[in-house]
Design a binder for this molecule. Structure first.
Ligand code: MN
Length: 146
């Protein structure tokens, strides 16, 4: 019973199972982002600092990376630059999630290799739409492995 309900719901959202890597050191933001993404059928891989994020990006090859800019050890700019230097990850969109997207920051974010940014505080109403604008198109009807 329960199982078929779950499967039903998943088919309604198109069986999306893409992995999204979230690099975020703030617990509340991590939990909120994870909750929203999982609710929409995505698999979330969590990294709590930039080093771990780069390592996990290599391991799981996510469909998209959400990157906090204010991170311990190495900041989001450095993380984005290092990710962009990895050819195996060249086609993985990186979206900065940042609370201080001033004019200059926006340029720095893009110059570091991010495709765009989403502003904090995270708005649960619009967050998923914002993320999906950056996700590579899923094959219609699914089933493709490539
Ligand atoms: Mn942070």
């Amino acid at each position: 019973m329960t199982r078929s309900k779950v499967e039903n719901r998943q088919s309604k959202i198109g069986n999306r199972k893409s992995k999204i890597l979230v690099i975020e050191d703030n617990e509340q933001n991590m939990y909120l982002v994870t909750f929203i993404l999982e609710k929409h059928g995505y698999q979330v891989v969590q990294a709590w600092d930039g080093r771990e994020g780069i390592e996990l990006a290599r391991q799981v090859k996510p469909a998209l990376i959400l990157l906090d800019i204010q991170l311990p050890v190495m900041d989001g700019y450095a993380v984005a630059r290092e990710l962009r230097s990895n050819l195996a990850l060249a086609d993985v969109p990186i979206v900065a999630v940042t609370s201080y997207a001033m004019v200059g920051d926006r340029e720095r974010i893009l110059a570091a290799g991010c495709q765009g940014y989403i502003e904090k505080p995270i708005n649960p109403e619009t967050f998923m739409d914002d993320v999906e604008r950056y996700l590579p198109a899923q094959p219609a009807g699914g089933g493709g492995d490539s």
